[in-house]
Design a protein around this ligand. Structure first.
Ligand code: DC
Length: 233
């Protein structure tokens, strides 16, 4: 059976996951949040002293552990997906400022990426999928049916993220959030292994001035106009 792959890449905190989740739910496709997978490995690395907060990972130690780290997803009764680390539900633990601060260093390690990319392809075998991340259109699914590259200005992204963290009760300042985001952009776009870049055939969506609903409708139209989607429905 023909399946459809939709790749959604873009900068940190630009609303990729919100878009990808709602699109997948609307289309009845599988949703895979690849950032969550790198976050889960980062949590494991922090817990096992493979990385000390703010430092560089001990790559030899990480290599020894990599096949003991099992990342998976579980669909909850309300339809949302939770991330599991060696079968422990870590969905909340991976969304902290500490994880955000350290995840770029872990996701820059080439062998971590290789293992994750294999897993991402395997998890979505035989299913239509919406996958979000940084290298989905460039590395994971270079032949995806639709590639979207989402962005927004750093100020808009930092403001959105700051509001989210404050609402969760995290004690952070706007400046801290802004600085961490700019730093993360820099690491993500300049690392050697699969740097974040827009695929040549991706559609750019700058949502600085868009509502969540407006963005969703815009991308849904793109999906509905795909010849492959018309064949599927
Ligand atoms: O989307 P996110 O903020 O949850 O992603 C967390 C980090 O993981 C981000 O700093 C970049 C990295 N990442 C990556 O390198 N490749 C992916 N496919 C997804 C995320």
């Amino acid at each position: 059976m023909k399946t459809i792959q939709i790749a959604i890449d873009g900068h940190s905190s630009c609303g990729k996951s919100t878009l990808a989740k709602s699109l997948a739910a609307h289309l009845g496709f599988l949703y895979i949040d690849t950032g969550a997978m790198y976050r889960a490995i980062t949590l494991y690395a922090l817990r096992n002293n493979i990385i000390v907060d703010g430092g560089a990972p001990d790559e030899d130690l990480l290599r020894k552990h990599i096949y003991n780290i099992e990342v998976s997803f579980k669909r909850m009764p309300d339809g949302t997906m939770h991330t599991l680390l060696n079968n422990e539900d870590v969905e909340k633990n991976i969304r902290t400022v500490e994880i955000s601060r350290n995840v770029s260093a872990i996701s820059a390690v080439a062998f971590v990426r290789e293992v994750m990319v294999d897993l991402q392809r395997k998890l979505s075998e035989n299913s239509s999928v919406v996958m979000d991340g940084r290298d989905i259109g460039t590395v994971v699914f270079p032949n995806a049916d639709l590639k979207i590259f989402v962005t927004a200005s750093p100020e808009v992204r930092a403001q959105r993220r700051y509001k989210e963290l404050i609402a969760k009760g995290d004690n952070v300042s706007y400046q801290e959030v802004f600085d961490s985001l700019v730093k993360r952009d820099k690491i993500d776009t300049t690392r050697e292994a699969s740097p974040l870049r827009m695929a040549d055939d991706a559609v750019l969506v700058d949502n600085s001035e868009m509502t969540i609903e407006g963005q969703f409708q815009h991308v849904l139209n793109l999906v509905q106009n795909l010849a492959a989607y018309k064949q599927l429905t």
